[in-house]
Design a protein around this ligand. Sequence first.
Ligand code: EPZ
Length: 417
Amino acid sequence: MSKYIITGGYKLDGSVAVDCAKNAYLPILAGTIMCEEQVILRNCPKFVDVLNMCKILEKLNMKVVFQDDAVVINGENANPNFVPVEVAKLLRSSIFTLGAMLARFKRARVAYPGGCDIGLRPINLHLKGLRDMGVKITESHGVINCDASNLHGGKVVLDYPSVGATENLMMCAVLGKEHITILNGAREPEIADLANFLNLMGAKIYGAGTSTIEIDGVDRLYGVEYTPIGDRIIAGTYLIAGAITGGQIEVTNCNPHFFASLIDKLHNSGCVLRVKSDKIYLKSPKVLKSVGFVETQSYPGFPTDLQAQILALQTVSRGCCVIQENLFESRFKFVPELIKMGANVRAKERTAVVEGVPFLSGAEVYAKDLRGGASLVLAGLNAHGYTTVNDIHHIERGYCDLNVVLNNLGASIKKVI
Ligand code: EPZ
């Protein structure tokens, strides 16, 4: 298993462009299933999850070619092959193929999805929403069998603004003759980006990015070129890397409006920030202040995907901080690893209490999931001495060459395969 060996104590200083958003690229890749023509997606990030999603498209007999910075996809000969557990379990986003396949082929067979082990991650909201649209669904032996030959229009209400369920239902309604209204939809920027991509291909989706989304089914979609938005979670991770090392950093290719909640917390911690429409600059204070309280919410609240990273920052911020994780039931698995590094954290169920210490100390730690693993890297940047972060395959699902990026900013990280 690969690992990072981090020599802590170096201040980061420099500018970095973030990759395209993993959580935009993944549903957009699923959306290409609905198009019978060539689609070119630019700035393709080589996250493991993106590569695995492309494997699923190939399982559906689609052509996928990586060309320079782009991925070229042709779904002319796509068919609704079974998405087996071997690939479905590799990532949560395999479930997004359901909506896209039902839109184009009116049938789909997909094994239950995988994803970071941060909670139960049921798909009941996806299935209830599809059933409310008239999709007939049976589940047996871990496989979901769907028949959308009797898809009907009308209103679908989500009990909770699930990101994935909103994207799945939106895609299922794109082709056909029905008008579907999704109420209590998620408002994440990645959903608006998916809708922008689909509308460029000829879809008729209105209101994406708000909690009420209207879709008018169309006959077909047309090939396009598209560049998804920058990754706001990676942008936030880099900003926190600048703060936790006492350095300064400029992050480009991002829209700071999409992570305003983090910017507010970084202000409260004493950082100086200069915000532009497509980039942001941060200078860390000499002594970081605790931000007091962080509560994860669906967008535009504080993102759960930045909870681990801001918790790492709080371990070396003066004062006490309470962190409430409202979205996932086991998203503190990285906390025992931080405690090995001298962090003063007490976590129970969905609440963590963090007492800041002057600095962390290097240790042998283990990544358990994507964002928790990233937070261990951030802690290692601050720690005195050497930190070995093991099982970095978790991190590589959502960060490309994190060691290279951070070393270019002044860190000292060695990757050992
Ligand atoms: C998306 O996951 C993201 N993944 C996650 O990012 C992110 O943490 C999450 O949204 C919340 O923002 C992708 O976009 C690929 P949800 P998703 O459905 O769609 C419950 C990362 O680190 N729920 O909004 O799975 C669920 O258990 C990943 O990049 C149901 O109960 O998230 C959770 O408690 C991690 N039933 C809450 O809703 C359902 O049918 C939010 O889940 C679906 C969800």
